[in-house]
Design a protein around this ligand. Structure first.
Ligand code: AMP
Length: 564
């Protein structure tokens, strides 16, 4: 098997990480570093400042977490945190802090996420107990620094994660103030999907001789672009297995390879798919050559239709029958995408590449498009109705084939007696129904929520959806009340208690002052006393709901609705 990455460094151990971290990584089923990790970890271990241009999905969190953790293990006798990670949202604060926790388990590192919207008292207690790494949204971090509960004096490293998003959200001043509060000899690391001038200003003022790393700058590898239809589907993590199943049903691949990030993911997904009736086989670096050969034999022989694999295990693999390549996650770099989809569409045959992206990962899709100079069309996950239509179509095609190819005379004994009692058309319909149902048609009737990519989501928040109209109960708000529009709804799992909590927590109103609440797919409407409306709007704009900063404003008239 050949290593496709040109710099020759291919394992986490080669990057200089210690045994505790290496253990944690192999426990998580990470087989090799991603490109951003290969490039960022060595300079960060040396203590350099760094600017990394990388989006979510590239493995950037581990790229800064691993070297920071390694530095922490030798840090004794501190009273405050040694590392501060600033992130734009609560959701990311939780994710990044979980990542630190997972990687740093063997080192006994204490990590605390702090973000707006959570009672400050809990956070103060957690900080008092002693902590090595704080992962925070800028506003809350500054709040704690002001209260003296977050001591910046001993901070050795600050990471600005998703810096462009933080600036977009208006955190620029908070970030600069925090940086000024930390020691001058700290090191500063910045990750951002884009590097607009405002970010360059920030790095110019606060970073020292930073190493610069960019993922996705490379040109696509030479060679003819394969004949591949490239589609992407944006789905929440929780719906990925169902979405994959739906796509497989609609696409009906002869043979497909599904790429996962880790061994764990490979094993889990293989089990899930087998449980759903697919013939899936796992292939990863933890398997012996013998086991792998057997798996490949089953795929080539047609006993298995799906191969669930990591990049490492699938390297150099060539399967004639392959019609589909599925990226269960957005690949960590464009080269990896190119290598993967290069497995179909060979020798002039057509192939299909499908990528499942989580809402936060759409930027990585754009980077891949830019590098490959090919379009990846974002499609909607087929609905139950689409699936039924497709299954009917497949049933029709199967019947047609049978009519043309098979000797059907032995079934005359079944049909003839029936025609004495029923019309031939009716007999045919019943037979078709049985054929349709035996293809597993009754299963999988659950709708998978559609999600727009994150950017589109932002633009789309003000739109009125069909779901909203159905949901709207009251025409005009109750007397003395005003209806507020909050650009977040059911698709973001918003519940009435989240809205009451945010309003009561951030303004002077109590739960009882809040009137009717209506939650639509993409937004919510909440009635509040007219006299408090402005104050509530201001308060809500300062906080996050479900980790996001939705549009908050007075409800407008609902004329000029656009369909979804
Ligand atoms: P990030 O870009 O940091 O949000 O990471 C994206 C995902 O990739 C996360 O779910 C990580 O757990 C996973 N990940 C990061 N590095 C690796 C790696 N070297 N191998 C496999 N998975 C990884």
């Amino acid at each position: 098997m050949s290593d496709n990455v040109s710099d020759g460094v291919s394992s986490f151990a080669d990057l200089g990480l210690g045994p505790e971290l290496l253990n944690a990584l192999s426990g998580l089923g990470y087989e090799e570093p991603t490109p951003i990790q290969r490039e960022a970890i060595p300079p960060l271990l040396e203590g350099r400042d760094l600017i990394g241009q990388a989006a979510t999905g590239t493995g950037k969190t581990a790229a800064f977490a691993l070297p920071l953790l390694q530095g922490l293990s030798s840090d004794e006798g501190r009273t405050g945190p040694a590392a501060l990670i600033l992130v734009p949202t609560r959701e990311l604060a939780v994710q990044v802090s979980q990542a630190f926790h997972r990687y740093g388990r063997g080192l006994g590192v204490r990590v605390v996420p702090i973000y707006g919207g959570q009672p400050i008292g809990w956070q103060m207690k957690a900080l008092e107990r002693g902590v090595d790494v704080v992962v925070a949204t800028p506003g809350r971090a500054l709040d704690h620094i002001g209260r003296g509960t977050l001591r910046p004096q001993e901070i050795k490293a600050v990471v600005l994660d998703e810096a462009d998003e933080m600036l977009d959200m208006g955190f620029a001043e908070d970030i600069e103030e925090i940086l000024r509060e930390t020691p001058d000899d700290r090191r500063t690391v910045l990750f951002s999907a884009t590097l607009p001038p405002r970010i360059k200003g920030l790095t110019g003022r606060y970073l020292r001789d930073p190493v610069q790393i960019q993922i996705g700058r490379e040109e696509a590898p030479p060679g003819e672009a394969p004949l591949v239809r490239q589609n992407a589907y944006v789905v929440a993590r929780a719906h990925k297995p169902a979405a994959l199943g739906r796509l497989l049903d609609v696409e009906a691949p002869t043979a497909a390879i599904v790429f996962c990030r880790t061994r764990e993911e490979v094993d889990q997904l293989t089990e899930t798919l087998n449980g759903r009736g697919y013939r899936a086989e796992a292939l990863h670096g933890g398997m012996s050559q013998d086991q792998r050969d057997r798996v490949m034999g089953r795929l080539r022989g047609g006993t298995a239709e799906l191969l669930i694999a990591t990049d490492v295990a699938a390297r150099g693999l060539d399967v004639e029958q392959l019609t589909h390549v599925v990226n269960y996650n957005v690949p960590s770099a464009p080269e990896s995408y190119v290598h993967r989809i290069g497995r179909v569409g060979r020798a002039g045959r057509e192939g299909v590449a499908i990528t499942l992206a989580e809402p936060r990962e759409h930027r990585m899709l754009k980077t891949i498009e830019r590098v490959t100079k090919q379009r990846i069309t974002v499609e909607k996950v087929p609905t139950v109705a689409d699936l039924r239509a497709r299954r009917l179509e497949l049933t029709r095609a199967a019947l047609q084939e049978s009519l043309m190819e098979d000797d059907l005379s032995r079934f005359l004994a079944v049909v003839e007696p029936l025609t004495e009692e029923f019309d031939v058309m009716e007999v045919a319909l019943a037979a078709v129904k049985m054929a349709y149902e035996s293809s597993g048609a009754a299963a999988d009737e659950e709708e998978i929520p559609q999600i727009a990519p994150k950017a589109a989501d932002r633009e789309g928040r003000d739109r009125r959806g069909a779901g909203a109209r159905r949901d709207r109960r009251g025409g005009t708000p109750a007397q003395g009340m005003t209806r507020l529009f909050i650009g977040l709804g059911r698709s973001a799992a918003v519940r009435p208690q989240d809205l009451v909590g945010a309003i009561a927590g951030e303004s002077k109103l109590s739960g009882r002052d809040i009137g009717a609440i209506e939650i639509a797919d993409r937004f919510s409407l909440v009635e509040v006393p007219e006299s408090a409306a402005e104050q509530v709007i201001k308060a809500l704009r300062r906080t996050t709901i479900k980790g996001r900063k939705p549009t908050i404003r007075r409800e407008r008239d609902t004329t000029g609705r656009r369909p979804r």
